[in-house]
Design a protein around this ligand. Sequence first.
Ligand SMILES: NC(=O)c1ccc[n+]([C@@H]2O[C@H](COP(=O)([O-])OP(=O)(O)OC[C@H]3O[C@@H](n4cnc5c(N)ncnc54)[C@H](OP(=O)(O)O)[C@@H]3O)[C@@H](O)[C@H]2O)c1
Length: 282
Amino acid sequence: MQKTVLITGASSGFGLEACDAFLAEGYSVLAAVRGGATRMPLFADLFARYSGNIELFELDLLDPASIDRLVTTLESRAPIDGLINNAGYGLFGATEDVSDESLRLQMEVNFFGTFALTQKLLPSLRKTKGVILTVSSIVGRHALPLTGAYCASKFAVEGWMESLSAELKPYDVACYILEPGGYPTGFGTSLSWSEPHLQSAYAAPTKGYQILRENISKQNQGKSIRPVAQKMVYLLSKRPSGLRHLIGSDALMTALFGKILPANLWHNIISLVMNKLQRKNV
Ligand SMILES: NC(=O)c1ccc[n+]([C@@H]2O[C@H](COP(=O)([O-])OP(=O)(O)OC[C@H]3O[C@@H](n4cnc5c(N)ncnc54)[C@H](OP(=O)(O)O)[C@@H]3O)[C@@H](O)[C@H]2O)c1
């Protein structure tokens, strides 16, 4: 029987690529995007190739009413088999420079909204003994300086998913955390920086980090994001063991060092290297 997957943040990057990859595997795809049908042009090619197997839905994780509307719409249909919590963005910058409002928005999208949507879809996922996959990041495992708000949102996601995974085991609902390294998606352009105040002690390292990120983005240009989407399909279809799954050579390397080196040493190395790189670029 054809399986149905709901993908959040389907308008761009990993989410859009995941729509394509799941459709290619014969899934029925419910693509959740901000703006609903107004984003149709982004999906013209997928609708042309897979019409009947893909539908667009409005979802803004900042708006609880939008989450409720989507859940209500889905309740009148056959229960979904998979949920890909992919929507998210990064808020970077020094802790001293982060505004309360921007911090709350970051947590609202990456954690609270994602939690609320999943919570409301659990009855459906229990019925199908489905799969929940939440996209975290390698920085949801090893935090970097000047990215505290984003790291916190991904650490929150990881703690919650680890708990949920155990909670749902008796119901045969599988949970996965996907931890990508750097990939060329819309992430870089939607990145929100906490602009340092004029007298901020962090103005120079923040500028340095912005330049460092631009350089890394240039190096990543041309890197295919298909493997990330394929990994999502693999996890949902094959349901392998293990909660956390890395993707990308940078993520794998970081996690490897994090495993073989004593935690304090690895933390000190990351701090030293990142702080040096951030200052070097100024
Ligand atoms: N690319 C990387 O290097 C990287 C690495 C590690 C983890 N990640 C994670 O991967 C996930 C996907 O990001 P991406 O790299 O594919 O970036 P992307 O191309 O910018 O895609 C992000 C998606 O999230 C959606 N989104 C943002 N705010 C939303 C909201 N309030 N409600 C609903 N949807 C919202 C965006 O929709 P709009 O088009 O409406 O803005 C977009 O579809 C994110 O969770 C990100 O943290 C990315």
